[in-house]
Structure formats: C-alpha cells, structure tokens
Design a protein around this ligand. Sequence first.
Ligand code: FAD
Length: 478
Amino acid sequence: MSDATTIVLFRDDLRLNDHPALTAAMDRRGRIIFVFVLDDDAPGDWKPGGASRWWLHHSLASLQSDIAARGGRLVLRRGATAKVLSKLVDETNATEVLVSRAYEPWAMRLEKELNDILAGGDIKLRRFAGRLLHDPDKLETQAGGFYKVYTPFWRAMSKTDIRRPTDAPKSLKRATTEIPGDDLDDWALLPTKPNWARGFEDVWTPGETAARQRLREFLDQDVASYGTNRDRPDLPATSRLSPHLHFGEISSATCWRAARAHAANHPEADAGVETFLKELAWRDFSYHLLFHSPTLPDAPFRDEFGRFQWADDDEMLACWQAGRTGYPIVDAGMRELWATGWMHNRVRMIVASFLTKDLLITWQHGERWFWDCLVDADLASNAASWQWVAGCGADAAPYFRIFNPVTQSRKFDPKAEYIKRWVPELSQLPPQLAHAPWEADDEELCRAGIALGKDYPRPVVNHAAARKIALSLYDDLK
Ligand code: FAD
C-alpha cells in the first residue's frame, strides 16, 4: 500500500460499479483524483458526434452527482489528454494514473503516448480491462490468429469465465480535492441554436442509475420474449442499453451476469437470455475485429471492395438522411434516428441495405451519418455493422442479400404501427398500403388525405430494378 496520490482517468467508463481501475485506486492509500478530459483532437476524424455529445453532457452530470453523493469530486479538464495529465501529475505529485483500456486505434495510440510521457517522470500508467466481456487480444483461433467469423468466436467466448462485477464504493471522501476544473456547462456539449435534441429528453435518461434500472426492467419485463420479438420495431422488445453500454454507465459483464442469474430463477426466460447474451457477444466481436483490423472504420475489410464503383449522389444521400425516400420503413427509421438518436436494429439493417444496395451509396457515408446522429455511436459496432450490411466486412451478409424494404416492413411491422408513428402522413392508410403507398389507387389515397409526390414522396428508386443493378455490380467484383 502506498500513501501517494492516485489519478483515475475516466473515459467511456462513466460508472462507479464494476470499475476495475476505480477498485484498484480504492485499494491504495492516500488521495485519489478523479478526472475526465474532453480531448477533441486525439480522435481525429472520429471525435464524438452531436448526439453523443448530448449524451456525454448528461452522463458526466450524473457521474459528478453520484461521486459528490459519496463525498468526492470529479475534476473536468479540456485539451490534449497527455498534456493535461502530465500537468495534473505535476500539480498533485501523483505517482500512478489508472485507466480502463480502450480499443479505438486513436485511444490505443494515446495510451502509449501517455505511458511514455509518464514513464519519463517515473509515474506508472496502469491499464485495466473493463469495457468488454473479454479483452480482444485474449481470444485467438487454434491457428493463433483472430476470429473473422462470429459463430466460432461466440463458441470460444461463451466457454470462458466472465468477471464477477464489484459494487460501487460506499464512500469516496478520499476523492475530494480543491484542484480546479472546468464547469461542465462551459463545454457547450448541448445543442442550443436550434436545440435539435429536444426529443431525446422524452426517451432517454443518461447515467448509471438509469442504466441499472433499464437492465432490471428489461430482464423483468421483456427478456423472456426477446428471442421472438427482438426484430419487431413496433414493440418495445429490446433492451435499449446500447448508449448506456457505449458510455460505460453499465458494464457488459454486469449485464451478462444479471441475465444469467435471471435465467437461473426464471427458466421460461432461458431462450431469451441466451439470445441476449449472443447480442452482447456481437459487441465484443466488433471490438475484436477493430482491435485486429484498426482500419475497419475507414476502409473495407475485404480488399476487393476498394474497387467498387459507388454512386456519388448528394441528392439521394440527402433524401435518405431526411427520411424522404418514399419507402416508408426506411423513412420511419431515418426519422426515428433524427428525433431520438436511436434506431431499432432491424431497421438499421434495412436502411443500411437501402443506402448501399438500392442507392449504391458507399457505406462510409451511412457510417458517418450514424456517427453524428446516434446516441450509441460506437466506432467498433458501427463500422463492423455497416461493413456487414454492405457485404465488405468480416463474416458479412453475402452480397446477394439485399433487403426488400416492403417485404421486411410487412413481416416485422405487421400493422404498420412503427411506420405510422414516424411517418404520420401515412397514418390514415390501411396497414397493407402504408407499407407501399404507391400501390394505393387514387380513391384510397384521397380517402387517406395524401397526394403522393406532394404530402409524401414517390419512391426515389424502383427497388426491383435497383436490386438487379446492385447484383450485377457486386457480381463484377467476384
Ligand atoms: P439489444 O437487442 O437489447 O442488444 C443488447 C446489446 O447488445 C446492445 O445494447 C448492444 O450493445 C449489443 N448489440 C446488439 N446487437 C449488436 C450488433 N449487431 N453489433 C454490436 N453490438 C450489438 N450498435 C451500437 O452500439 N453502436 C453503433 O454505432 C451501432 N451501429 C450500427 C449500425 C448498423 C448499420 C447496424 C445494422 C447496427 C448497428 N449497431 C450499433 C448494432 C445494433 O443495432 C445496436 O447495438 C442495437 O440496435 C441497440 O439496441 P438495444 O440496446 O436495444 O439492443
């Protein structure tokens, strides 16, 4: 045990429970300094987008008050992390800096830079695994490589032990400090002119307490039917834990363990829990891919896609972004995204397929738009998922899998309730026609009070024709 000062650097681990770096700091004697650094330079092109900044503001406010309730304080600083940290070390005579490991390529570079700078002053940087179920460098194939296919990854992963989460410290009085820090409001993370995030407040409560409550509610109410209902965007069937997980307000180990414990007491929920765990494992798989293939956010995993002739069509891209493609399920998804910072997984796949295969616009434009609009924007999951849908990723959907937006919406939104929620222009159409308003005749449209092309767009492409073109272009790659 040492009496020296320890710094805990918070990043995407904005919680007090199951926080290995925090636990290690509590095991040392002496003063603890909690710091969060807003560093917009280190991520380069991948600094948090608008919706993430909204979440970050509220999540930090929540962490500040959770720490204050235990007698401690979170210091906020802004600037290049390595510089800010070395200055803080000088100011406080800290001897150790503790941090949760991150896996974004820029964050790993930063850890190395920080390590080198601190080592020069004889200060230790200690890194702890806490973000994932498994460190991406711990699992390897029998041949000694990394997994490129999900199923064997899942098989290997599900056999290993998942860490037992620790409880939040009861007191953080050792983390009280007079060291100056910024005022959160001065960071201006929230949009003001205009406040486009107004709708987010009705849907989300960022912070650790809300994350834990969300998990509890999901397990008590929805996990038993998760296996059958998770593809239905009209139902509140999935956990909606993704932003909480991204910002580390709850750990995936906590979710994993709680879900397993729930299944042990509720055998009827066993199948739903198993499916939920497999989804959590997709998150780990995405990080596994990013760790071993750091260009994943910027370049196709499969080299041949570097030659693909994507369309350069700003007008179509704008229609897609605004939810004005004339395909109701696509437009509903894009409008849900804009209004709430989130979109249902099935609809994410449909809109991504539409962008890349019907409009032939590169997945990178979609990835960027999601990055800016999603409250759960996550470098690993976003890049891996976009590449999966576009067909250029590891273990990707085969190129000939082109989602038919009408078939998909009839299957997964049978009463068109999701569509009508987000595309209210179509609310008076019978469900069958709300999926494909161009199939309605003049009388039906008139009864529903819609003039196609005026109140709601006609389809910007013909899906059947677009599909044929996409297939031939993808064929040329073979
Ligand atoms: P649940 O169904 O309740 O799943 C539980 C958790 O498992 C999720 O919170 C998430 O952390 C993880 N998970 C579920 N599905 C996936 C998946 N396919 N890949 C990785 N993790 C998964 N997810 C993000 O967290 N951030 C992103 O930026 C992101 N971008 C995506 C982009 C596209 C084009 C697609 C098709 C999917 C993307 N996903 C992303 C994955 C998935 O859509 C979301 O994780 C999920 O919809 C979140 O809702 P939920 O929390 O209710 O999920």
